[in-house]
Every structure is written in structure tokens, then in C-alpha cells.
Design a protein around this ligand. Structure first.
Ligand SMILES: Nc1ncnc2c1ncn2[C@@H]1O[C@H](COP(=O)(O)OP(=O)(O)O)[C@@H](O)[C@H]1O
Ligand SMILES: [Mg+2]
Length: 318
């Protein structure tokens, strides 16, 4: 798997406060990567480091193999960045806005007319060509802003909350546009504070909280976690009993993993990762009782991606 964006232990400190705190990111080439986390998690700060707008305090980051600190010009050529704020160019016509940014990227005047027409068509704004930018709806402004990031045909799009503040219809339009851009071969790295916004179209997802990556991977890996996954916690008297539990259940059906945990309050605990149903849980229970091991506690809980995200976004990471 080739990575087009990679960070290693990225840190951004403001005084004593770490906005980004050892974040390692892996964005595969050609992916639609949803960077998800609550407000204040460090998404914008991470993106500002990736786009060379602010220097990391520590750690490393590469885009298309170029270091953001050592080769900022090469990085800027490889990326299109859409910030979370639209900007202050409201007194322009739609086509002038794109013309201005294309000129900033040194695209020749003779090529710009054709380019602008193509971009306007792509984001479905051709009929608004002569409108003033400040007369556009928020959804149209977002699409225009997206068109602007494409002017120099970058390989990677870094989009900060592209669907934020949009009505449901405009959200769908932006999502469809991102899928279309991915089909054109762009890698799309975009942030959102709403899991449902990204889950539908992403190939990959990373959940960030308090400047750190909580979990990241492909949607297939995440779907595996969305499957009901139970943790059975068995409390026994001592380590000897814990070992006995482990060897008894390890080979049972639907038992994924068995871990002996640190003793708590002088008692040993065994965690059984389990993908079976209620009958399966009962079968584990019966097997333990049948083996005459003194069971002091037997409990289970269900874990999935949504509940994990809810826990994370409430700030009660366990
Ligand atoms: N320039 C700055 N100076 C001080 N603190 C900042 C600065 N920029 C961001 N922060 C803080 O860093 C944290 C992460 O912010 P941000 O990256 O904008 O999060 P997100 O985009 O995930 O909402 C927040 O607590 C924010 O207040
Ligand atoms: Mg932000």
C-alpha cells in the first residue's frame, strides 16, 4: 500500500498546550479518507501543518514523498487545500474568482478560460459564471471553493469540513462531488465532526481526539469493528485460576482472543473477546462452571464503532 500522506508522531504545541499530540496518519494513494473528531480535536491544526501553513513543533509529515518542512514548495504543488472559512474575495464574479486563483498558480492566461469552464462544469456552476460570489448560497460557495482547489490539478485534496453548515441537499451534492473527484484519481483527505457524514463515502477513516489518533484503517476494517463484538470479563481468585480459564475457552467457537489482565483488588481477571450470540455466551459460562473453577464474576459488554465514537466525542475516553 503506497501512502500519499504520512505523518509520524506529529506535534503542534501552543505554549504548554498540545493541539496535536503525537499524531500518526496513514492516507493511502487514491483513498477517500475521513478525518473525524469532535471540535477542538486538532483536525484543522493537522491540516495546516500538512499544507505548510504552520510548522510542526515535533514529528514528521510527508505528502507524495515530500517533507512538509524541508520541501514546502513541492508539497504545495501536490495539494489543493480548502480551508474551513471561505475567505474574503466576495466582491468578485464567480469566473473572476477562479481566474484569480488560477493566475496565482502561474497558469497562462490563454489556458485559464478553458480551465475555468471545465471547473465550473465539474462543480455545476456554469450557469452562475457572471454572478457575484457573495450572492451564492453556502452550498454553491463550497463548490466554488472546491473548484478553486483543483485549479493546478493537484494529486491530493485536503478539505477542512467541506460539508459543515450545509443543508442536507447541499451535503449530498458535496459528497457526490468528492466521489467523482476520487474517480478522477484524486486522493481526498477531508475532515468532519460528524461520523455519519464520512462513513457513507469513505474508503478509510481516522478518528482523532485531543490531538491523537484513536483508531484508523480501511472501512472494511472498521465494519469488522461495527459487527457486534463482545467482551466477556471473568473474575477469578488467582492467576492459576485465570490460566485455567484461558486454556478452557481459548479453543471455543467465536472466541477471538483471551487476555489475562492485571489483577484488580487482589483478584485476577480474564478478558474474552467474543463474536458469538447469547447462546454462545451461555456456553462459555457453562463450560467454566463445569470445570469447577471458582468464578467470582462474569459480565459482558458490546462494543461498536458508533458507541466508541460517542464515547470519544463526549471526552470520556476509557
Ligand atoms: N493559534 C492557536 N493558538 C492557540 N491555540 C490554538 C491555536 N489554534 C488552535 N488552537 C487550539 O488547538 C485545539 C485544536 O484546534 P483545531 O485544530 O482547530 O481543532 P478542530 O479543527 O479539530 O476543531 C483547540 O483547543 C484550539 O483552541
Ligand atoms: Mg477545525
Amino acid at each position: 500500500m503506497s501512502l500519499i500522506i504520512e505523518t509520524k508522531e506529529l506535534v503542534k504545541r501552543y505554549g504548554k498546550f498540545s493541539a496535536v499530540n503525537g499524531l500518526s496518519l496513514e492516507v493511502p494513494l487514491g483513498s477517500i479518507y475521513g478525518f473525524v473528531g469532535p471540535n477542538g480535536a486538532g483536525k484543522t491544526t493537522t491540516m495546516r501543518m500538512l499544507t505548510t501553513l504552520t510548522r510542526p513543533t515535533n514529528g514528521k509529515a510527508w505528502i507524495a514523498g515530500h517533507s512538509v518542512t524541508d520541501e514546502p514548495r513541492a508539497v504545495r504543488r501536490a495539494i489543493g487545500y480548502m480551508p474551513d472559512e471561505f475567505g474574503v474575495y466576495d466582491d468578485m464574479r464567480v469566473w473572476e474568482y477562479l481566474d484569480f486563483f488560477a493566475a496565482c498558480y502561474d497558469i497562462a492566461e490563454s489556458e485559464r478560460k478553458r480551465l475555468i469552464e471545465d471547473l465550473l462544469e465539474l462543480v455545476d456552476l456554469s450557469h452562475r459564471r457572471e454572478d457575484m460570489v457573495d450572492k451564492l448560497s453556502r452550498g454553491m460557495k463550497q463548490r466554488l471553493s472546491l473548484a478553486r482547489t483543483l485549479a493546478h490539478d493537484p494529486a491530493v485534496l485536503i478539505l477542512d469540513e467541506p460539508a459543515s453548515g450545509l443543508d442536507p441537499r447541499a451535503r449530498v451534492e458535496i459528497r457526490e462531488l468528492l466521489v467523482q473527484l476520487a474517480k478522477m484519481g484524486k486522493t481526498i483527505f477531508f475532515s468532519s465532526h460528524i461520523l455519519a457524514d464520512v462513513a457513507e463515502i469513505c474508503t478509510h477513516i481516522g478518528i482523532v481526539e485531543a490531538g491523537q489518533m484513536v483508531v484508523q484503517g480501511s472501512m472494511d476494517e472498521m465494519r469488522a469493528q461495527l459487527m457486534p463484538h463482545r467482551e466477556i470479563m471473568v473474575t477469578v481468585r488467582d492467576n492459576e485460576a485465570a490460566e485455567a480459564v484461558k486454556s478452557l475457552v481459548a479453543e471455543m467457537e467465536n472466541v477471538v482472543n483471551v487476555t489475562i489482565l492485571e489483577p484488580k483488588a487482589g483478584r485476577s481477571r480474564v478478558r474474552i473477546d467474543f463474536t458469538g450470540d447469547d447462546d454462545g455466551v451461555a456456553a462459555v459460562n457453562q463450560k467454566l462452571h463445569g470445570a469447577a473453577i471458582a468464578i467470582l464474576g462474569f459480565s459482558e459488554e458490546t462494543k461498536d464503532l458508533e458507541s466508541m465514537f460517542m464515547r470519544v466525542t463526549k471526552g470520556i475516553v476509557t
